[in-house]
Ligand binder design. Structure first.
Ligand code: SIB
Ligand code: ZN
Length: 430
């Protein structure tokens, strides 16, 4: 059994109530088997992590990784213009190979900024899944379902093929979901069919919800309901594990409809800020017992997949909106990016905290930097001053995917040149 001993780091377990302490972490067969102040045991490899902080890998609960190919191609537009005029025409040109390399670019960025798992919604999911296997990351994958044209049947069969062919692949690193795209792209009949199928087969769901005021108005004019009421009436929250992306425009009544739901909300504050969408009712949702994790959305909108930016934005937005700096403290924001996101992906029994028995998904942050000294409160330091570039080492399932900032599971030069060539073709003339 392959073993790895990490020595002398400050350990943030992210278990509620645990205080950071200096110690060692032993990984055997991809699992955390010991955490202690000092472990004297032979291991196949040893990482001297003095001066570093170890914490669970960050979990990005909402992404379209392949959209990294469209990073900074079209910004500063309204969501619907951005989607209809820029993203969808560029996406229509994407081949399976483009999506493989786009996803590889996304995984390269995530690994190098300390993200170990992500939830993804896209198309050509065989290519996305292959990139997840090759990169070594963990992911919950979904084929996005838009039911505005008459080939919904084909999309549905692709969605089910993903579930059948890839669940458990990559040594269990891949899980799958069904992904009706959004209330405004999914009319009642096909949407209720997906919900029922998911319920019968116990497949989790992933859907965008109430991202913009325009969406709320569109759904109200079509159905006389809020987007949340629309999904609620179709039975989405009755007995399904649901990952809701955004949930910005929810009334108090809407939030109460989510009470007791399985799954929860991926809050994507950077994308919401940049698209001018609004501030999600994060405090209210948490107060109602709804799980709230963090995600980036695709790099096409957020521009960056750095989860450290989401951590900061999430807490700053709540402090600003409430006028109260005591809300959403640093440690809670870090938990949102780790264990709370893990709950959304349905993988919290395996990852999301540093605990004996969990899979070894963890990162080492190099604290030997001017902006990370001196060390008073590690949670504050990491939440408010660290960035993805401070991550030195990224480990998933016991595999070291980055060490000393060098990507080990892929050739960065190859990913970079494939991305450059393919992205230029996708946006030509748009
Ligand atoms: N267009 C696909 C299905 C959707 S996949 C996921 C989709 O989500 C889109 N997307 C990315 N970011 C956002 C967002 O913030 N809100 C809504 N949709 C988004 C993205 O452009 C992509 O088309 C088909 O032809 O079947
Ligand atoms: Zn999205």
């Amino acid at each position: 059994m392959n073993s790895l001993l990490i020595k002398g780091c400050s350990i943030l377990t992210m278990v509620q109530g645990d205080k950071p302490f200096v110690g060692d972490v032993l990984i055997e067969g991809g699992q955390i088997t010991r955490i202690a102040e000092s472990i004297e045991q032979q291991a196949d490899s040893v990482i001297d992590a003095k001066g570093m902080a170890a914490m669970p890998g960050l979990i990005n609960a909402h992404n379209h990784a392949s959209m990294s190919l469209l990073r900074a191609f079209s910004d500063d537009l309204k969501l619907m213009d951005w989607l209809d005029k820029k993203m969808l025409p560029a996406e229509a040109r994407m081949t399976k190979e483009d999506i493989y390399w786009g996803t590889m670019l996304g995984t390269a960025e995530m690994i190098s900024s300390g993200t170990t798992a992500f939830a993804d919604m896209y198309v050509h999911m065989d290519a996305v899944a292959q990139a997840v296997v090759d990169s070594g990351m963990r992911a919950a994958l979904t084929r996005g379902l838009v039911f505005l044209e008459d080939d919904g049947g084909r999309r549905m069969s692709e969605a089910l093929a993903l579930v059948e062919n890839w669940t458990g692949a990559g040594d269990g690193r891949i899980t799958t979901m069904l992904g009706p795209h959004a209330p405004y792209t999914c009319p009642p009949q096909p949407l209720s069919e997906v919900i029922e199928l998911a319920r019968n087969r116990r497949i989790p769901l992933h859907i965008h919800l109430a991202e913009t005021v325009e969406e709320v108005e569109k759904i109200r004019s079509r159905y006389g309901q809020s987007p949340t009421e629309y999904l609620h009436e179709l039975g989405l929250f009755a007995d399904n594990h649901v990952l809701l992306a955004h949930a910005v425009h929810l009334t108090r009544t809407d939030v109460s409809l989510l009470r007791g739901m399985r799954g929860g909300v991926s809050h994507n504050p950077v994308s919401n800020l940049k698209l001018g969408c609004g501030i999600a009712p994060v405090r209210e949702m948490i107060a109602q017992g709804i799980t709230v994790g963090l995600g980036t959305d695709g790099a096409g909108s957020a521009t960056t997949l750095d989860m450290f930016a989401e951590i900061k934005a999430a807490t700053w937005m709540q402090k600003l909106e409430s006028g109260d700096p005591t809300v959403l403290p640093a440690e809670q924001a870090l938990r949102m990016a780790t264990i709370e996101s893990a709950k959304l992906l349905g993988i919290d029994a395996q990852v999301g905290t540093l605990e004996v028995g969990k899979r070894a998904d963890l990162i080492l942050i190099d604290l030997d930097k001017p902006h990370l000294q001196p060390i008073h409160d590690l949670h504050s330091l990491i939440a408010y001053s660290a960035t993805g570039a401070d991550v030195d080492t990224t480990i998933v399932n016991g595999q070291v995917l980055m060490r000393n900032r060098e990507l080990l599971s892929m050739s960065w030069e190859e990913v970079k040149s494939e991305a450059a060539i393919r992205s230029a073709r996708l946006v030509e003339g748009l």
